[in-house]
Each structure stands twice: as C-alpha cells, then as structure tokens.
Design a protein around this ligand. Structure first.
Ligand code: NAP
Length: 310
C-alpha cells in the first residue's frame, strides 16, 4: 500500500470509524486520544512513560507495548510529542514499518522542521500531513477551534472526517511548513494582543478599575472595531498602497504620546508603547506619515524575501 491508498480509508459518515494510533500522551496527546475515543474511533496509544496511558486504557484505548506495535495498529498515526527531535527519536527506529501509513504530525515545529519531516517521509512511502493545534487541551473536540494542516492533500482528504472530530480542520496547501508558519504568526498575534490588553489593564487598574470591568470593553473594541480595521487594511497591504483616509501614521504617533504619558504618570511599564511609537516613527521617516497604519508593514518587512509581497 502506498500513501494514495489511504484515500479510501474513510469517505462516508456511515463508514466504520478509522482506527487511529496516538503517539505521545502529554497534556495535548492525551486530549487528542480521549476525543477520538469519545467519538468511537478504535484508538491505540503509545507513550514513552507508559503510566500516562492508564486513564485512556480505562476508557477503552489499546496500549501498544512498543512504537512498532503502535504504528502497526492503525492506518492513521497522530503524533504529538514535545518537539521535532522527540518525533524522530520515536519514529526513526520504526521507519520501515511506516510505509503505506498516514502520519499527521501535531507536534509543534518550525516550518523548516516540517519541510524536513516531509522529505523524511516521502521515500518511506509515508503520507505526511503537518498540523498546528490552535487551542489548549480543553478546547480539543470543540468545532469552533482551528486545527491547521499542510502537506499531503491526499492524507487530508482521506482523513478529514476523523480530523474534524478534534476541531475545525483548515487545509492550507501542499507546502509542508505552511501550517507551522501560520502557527507562529498567530501565536505572535496572540502574544502582542495579550501584552497590549495587560498593559491597558495595568493602566486602568492604577486608577482602581478591575480587569473584569475593563476586559468586556476591550473585547468589544477588538471584535467590532479592530477586527474591522484589519479586514480593511489587508487589501492595502496586498496592493502596497496605503491611503491615509481614515487615520494617518502621524496622527497615531501623536495619539500614542497620550498613552505613554498616562502610563508614565501611573508608574506603568512603557516598553511596549515605546516600541510601537518607535516603529511608527520609522514608518513616518520612510515617507508614510500621511498613509494609513497598514504602511507599518513596509518597516516590518525589512529587507526580507521578495516573495513576501503577494
Ligand atoms: P507535554 O505535556 O510536556 O508532553 C510532551 C510529550 O512528549 C509526552 O508524551 C512526552 O513523553 C513526550 N516526549 C518528550 N520527549 C520525548 C522523547 N525524547 N521521546 C519520546 N517522547 C518524548 O506537552 P504537550 O502540552 O502535550 O505538548 C505536546 C506538543 O503539542 C508540543 O509540540 C506542543 O507545542 C504542542 N501543543 C501543545 C498545546 C498545549 O496547549 N499544551 C497547544 C498547541 C500545541 P513522556 O510522558 O514520557 O515525558
């Protein structure tokens, strides 16, 4: 059997549930295996520390004694171990047994590691799909949560129904590293947003406003206003033209001065707003003072790859 044969592994809602092997039973792997079990998939599990399998075995999972036994048990293997090195530590010794199987690697990795894993899988006749889990373990099984995938379209189509049990599966194309690239881009957005929210929370907190009172206002701002600004700016970024007909960079430089002043008065750390102001000033100095905030992309891109402008 080669990777193409996996296409027929599942295709109708009435078909028997695809047997799945889950390798790695840390916080995330255990949540993946539990969700597959809850949804009726015959589930085989393997973990370096076998004791972590007990709660899953109590719920009907089959414990494989070795990685080889785990790999042999199912056409679809989901790996979720600490990192890329751990993935190779488990799978390299059983590489010969992987021919004809489908591997969905949900271990976090860099785009380059995902490319390497795809190149490693190809000569084995192993279908390879790389994935990124955009939630924490309690969110596994929630159809609102995104699971990003890239790599083999055949593996994705063959196992889409099984993957949908874990969360909403979004296929980003054949380039293996694409899901990992989106993953780090979205995590960067999350950390920037968290830190901006916490900075605002510290600021209003200095004047005795509770986080629980500020946060619904912040969420409404993010959801109904900021998300709309992003949607409006995206075509500007793609076109490389940034009409400043809503608010210019120079106007925002003035406005952020008020934030820095208010934070300094209250003893709140200003590293983040100072960084943002400096970035806006570099954008203005590059000739975009009368353009929209989307023109900051010109500074952020630096002298990077030509392909960045789509
Ligand atoms: P974790 O609880 O620390 O579990 C790590 C897993 O990797 C365990 O099963 C561990 O086995 C195994 N492992 C580590 N080194 C190994 C090695 N050399 N050989 C074999 N197995 C090894 O981590 P986690 O939270 O489940 O995360 C697993 C992956 O999911 C990571 O890549 C993480 O970035 C990703 N992820 C996690 C979350 C989350 O919210 N937790 C969200 C998105 C993505 P032992 O039990 O034997 O130590």
């Amino acid at each position: 059997m080669n990777a193409e044969n996996t296409v027929s592994a599942e295709n109708t809602s009435t078909a028997a549930k695809t047997p799945v092997t889950v390798i790695g039973l840390g916080n995330m792997g255990a949540a993946l295996a539990a969700t597959l079990l809850e949804n009726g998939h015959p589930t085989t599990v393997w973990n370096r520390s076998a004791a972590k399998a007990k709660p899953l075995v109590d719920r009907g999972a089959r414990l494989a004694a070795t990685p080889e036994e785990a790999v042999a048990a199912s056409p679809l293997i989901i790996a979720c171990v600490l990192d890329h090195d751990a993935l190779h530590a488990v799978l390299d010794p059983v590489a010969a047994s992987l021919t004809g199987k489908a591997l969905v690697n949900l271990t976090s990795s860099s785009p380059e590691q995902a490319d390497e894993a795809a190149a490693w899988a190809a000569p084995l006749g192993l279908g390879h799909l790389d994935g990124a889990i955009m939630t924490t373990p309690p969110g596994v099984g929630n159809p609102e949560m995104m699971f990003l995938y890239s790599g083999s379209a055949e593996v994705f189509e063959a196992h889409r129904t099984t993957l949908a049990v874990l969360g909403d599966p979004l296929y980003l194309g054949a380039e293996p590293g694409r899901a990992s690239l989106y993953d780090v881009a979205l995590l960067g957005l999350m950390w920037s947003t968290f830190t901006g929210w916490l900075h605002g929370t510290a600021l209003v907190g200095a004047d005795a406003t509770k986080a629980a009172d500020f946060t619904p206002v912040a969420i409404r701002w993010m959801t109904h206003a900021v998300a709309g600004f992003m949607a409006a700016y995206a075509p500007q970024v793609d076109a490389g033209r940034y009409p400043g007909d809503d608010a210019t960079v120079d106007v925002q430089i003035t406005a952020i001065g008020h934030l820095i002043h208010a934070a300094a008065d209250r003893g709140v750390d200003n590293a983040l707003p100072e960084l943002l102001k400096a970035t806006m000033e570099r954008t203005s100095a590059a000739g975009h003072g009368s353009d929209s905030y989307a023109s900051v992309i010109e500074v952020l891109r630096g002298g990077g790859r030509d392909s960045m402008r789509v």
